[in-house]
Design a protein around this ligand. Structure first.
Ligand SMILES: NC(=O)c1ccc[n+]([C@@H]2O[C@H](COP(=O)([O-])OP(=O)(O)OC[C@H]3O[C@@H](n4cnc5c(N)ncnc54)[C@H](OP(=O)(O)O)[C@@H]3O)[C@@H](O)[C@H]2O)c1
Length: 270
């Protein structure tokens, strides 16, 4: 009876993880959400019997501790999979570079801090809260959602110079994943970072102003040059099923511990 926790499961890719995993009635699936009520309401009257949403804000240590206690009783003390999905995706710097705040260094500093707080410290706090349950699990696998934007090679090749605070925080979380591998490989816990690809969740940046639209088009042109085969963003179901397949096949024995790869299973990010 595999047990799963998805942190940041209220919408987008996180909610799709819950949907796909709940289709197997043998799975027990717990979604952590800042508003479990809102997450649950997305199912209307049809929340599957093997799904529970519970409250947790990944930047709040106490809330994670209390979530871990609740999860412990739901999963019978053993957790097989932890999926770190939740992230702060800054709207403010989505189409701005590190040079775009010449007179507002504090605004840039705050954006960097918020990105780091959720995308790095939040993930670290989540892992630390759930390691005791993972130790007792059978599969012992932790997936952290990253992004190709967190790959220096991708940035150097494409010259994407926007969304820097987000990209920098994801590069940092890749390093945290490597550190967790160094720490827990010997205990048989697998840590991986996977980029989901370019996914249309319907929650993307607001493109209503002209500057944002121009930025999005410029980024789209860079993506198209990097991946001429790409027709546009993929849907969450395709991204999540690819990531779950990779996670299912991955193992410490095959050398996957601490790796950072794409939903395609390699270093092709789009
Ligand atoms: N979509 C893409 O193209 C893409 C590309 C590369 C990487 N990714 C990565 O994939 C993951 C999911 O992205 P997405 O596109 O599905 O994003 P999204 O639709 O914006 O959803 C973000 C999720 O994170 C949750 N979250 C944010 N801060 C949180 C916190 N402090 N505590 C708990 N939950 C929190 C949000 O919950 P609330 O509803 O409470 O805000 C929401 O469920 C992220 O890690 C993202 O970096 C996405």
């Amino acid at each position: 009876m595999p047990t799963y926790v998805i942190a940041g499961a209220s919408r987008g890719i996180g909610l799709e993880f819950v949907r796909q995993l709940s289709q197997d009635a043998h799975n027990t699936v717990v979604g952590l959400a800042r508003s479990p009520k809102e997450a649950t309401s997305r199912y209307g009257e049809n929340l599957p019997a093997n799904v529970t949403f519970i409250e947790a804000d990944i930047v709040d240590h106490q809330s994670l501790k209390s979530a871990a206690t609740k999860v412990e009783s739901i999963v019978g003390g053993k957790l097989d999979y932890l999926i770190n999905n939740g992230a702060f995706i800054s709207q403010l710097s989505a189409f701005k570079s590190l040079a775009d705040f010449p007179d507002d260094p504090d605004i840039l500093a705050e954006d960097l801090t918020k990105s780091f707080r959720t995308n790095v410290i939040g993930v670290i706090q989540t892992v630390n809260a759930f390691v005791p349950l993972l130790r007792k699990g059978t599969a012992k696998k932790v997936l952290t959602l990253s992004t190709g934007l967190g790959s220096p090679d991708f940035i150097n090749e494409t010259e994407v110079d926007v969304a820097a605070p987000y990209a920098i925080s994801k590069a940092a979380v890749n390093m945290a994943v490597a550190h967790y591998n160094a720490l827990y490989k010997k205990e048989g816990i697998l840590f991986m970072a996977i980029s989901p690809g370019y996914v249309d969740t319907g929650n993307g940046p607001d493109l209503s102003d002209e500057e944002a639209l121009k930025g999005a088009m410029a980024m789209g042109a860079k993506f198209a040059k990097y991946a001429p085969h790409m027709k546009g963003p993929i849907q969450p179901d395709e991204s999540v099923s690819s990531m779950l397949k990779i996670l299912g096949n991955a193992s410490i024995e095959k050398g996957d511990g601490g790796s950072f790869i794409s939903h395609l299973g390699n270093k092709q990010w789009l």
